[in-house]
Design a protein around this ligand. Structure first.
Ligand SMILES: [Zn+2]
Length: 163
């Protein structure tokens, strides 16, 4: 195989807007860089929320959870602004939305391909380790379409639940 071809492929996959692997050091500065890279103005609110979201590794948060954390961190922000910001971040590829049921949307800071466990009742969402195969066959897409992504949420409940 021609080695230059391999390098080209790697460059392609690195052009995703959420290339956060290269960001290290001060999280505040990283958030600013991240926002600029995706063309969002680093307003104070976006900076503060981005810092809460991305400063602690991979996370799964609902708007309400982020609102609670922002309030605890004394970031003056309304729930409506939280919703707007989460959707803006999702639109530019910084976050991935995971729909668990009709009423709850989780926002995932890990935008790479992966699937989720969801503990019903506890409302806890976490990653299924990447190596685990969920589907051994991707369904055939209808005429004129291709499969963009497969999202699997595997629902869990405690084995000896008496409630
Ligand atoms: Zn996840």
């Amino acid at each position: 195989m021609d080695p230059t071809r391999t390098i080209l492929v790697q460059q392609d996959s690195a052009t995703a807007p959420a290339d956060r692997g290269a960001l290290t050091g001060c999280p505040w500065h990283d958030v600013k860089t991240m926002l600029r890279q995706v063309g969002l103005r680093p307003t104070r609110q976006r900076m503060a929320l981005g810092w809460i979201l991305f400063g602690k590794g991979d996370r799964h948060l609902t708007a309400e959870m982020l609102y609670e954390e922002a309030t605890r961190a004394k970031v003056p922000v309304s729930l409506a602004t939280i919703y707007n910001t989460l959707h803006q971040f999702t639109d530019v590829g910084l976050l991935r939305q995971v729909a668990v049921d009709g009423s709850k949307a989780y926002f995932d800071t890990n935008v790479g391909d992966h699937h989720h466990f969801f503990i019903e009742g506890a409302n806890e969402l976490f990653d299924i380790p990447g190596a685990e195969v969920i589907l051994d066959k991707t369904p055939t897409a209808p005429e004129g379409f291709e499969v963009a992504r497969v999202d699997v949420v595997v629902r869990l409940r405690p084995k000896n639940s008496n409630t």
